[in-house]
Design a binder for this molecule. Sequence first.
Ligand SMILES: Nc1ncnc2c1ncn2[C@@H]1O[C@H](COP(=O)(O)OP(=O)(O)OP(=O)(O)O)[C@@H](O)[C@H]1O
Ligand SMILES: [Mg+2]
Length: 223
Amino acid sequence: MFITVCGQKGGVAKTCTSIHLASVWHTQGKKVCIVDADKNRSALAYSSRGNIPFPVFPVSSAAKGTRDAEIVITDGQASSDEEELKHLAYGSDLVIIPTTPKARSVELTVELASLLNSQKVKHAVLIVKVDSRKQKAAFQARAALLKFGLEVFDGFIPLLSAFDKAEASGNAVYEAVDDLGRSDPRRMTGWSAYCSIASQISCLISKPSSDTNSSNNQMPISA
Ligand SMILES: Nc1ncnc2c1ncn2[C@@H]1O[C@H](COP(=O)(O)OP(=O)(O)OP(=O)(O)O)[C@@H](O)[C@H]1O
Ligand SMILES: [Mg+2]
């Protein structure tokens, strides 16, 4: 299974999503790896900080490194270059587009989905960094994306400081601890959210393409 996580916007949790989906599948016993396709090598840096238990390869060694993997996740860099995005998405079973509920993030997601539609690449949107006090914005973003005919994962990835803590120590969020080594109280909320997305991905990939991504790009954005 080949999954690409990409988007036009920076800082929308592409690397965080790649690391956590890989972590979920690893805990389920799957042979998973990440290909870091970002010039900043964020996923490689993340994994080298702690004890991420699956391999992360730079693009230069992807062909060799991914040979035995059942699931290959490519962590893309933020880019508005159409050719670059097409190359990233090409051959993927599913492209995941993380987006925050903010209007600009939603607009760029709709643009990218249109490009992927023209390439006939299956894609789905993941709404991330949802502040529990501002859930309404997330529901509005979701409604806007659905109006465009985009496939949107059920549920949101919550905005949690546990993700920052996990990144700082190079672990998955369920291992997030503070400076004093105390477990973050909301770490399992973040972990459960990614577990749910991982199970939806398996269903989505087995769904016929005709049932997904019938995007209607004439609708106005209301988020
Ligand atoms: N759900 C979340 N809640 C809070 N912080 C988060 C969440 N997801 C990611 N972050 C934090 O947001 C920052 C950006 O995340 P990340 O690096 O995954 O984004 P990105 O889209 O890969 O960025 P880039 O475009 O630079 O590659 C990181 O510090 C990460 O720890
Ligand atoms: Mg990144």
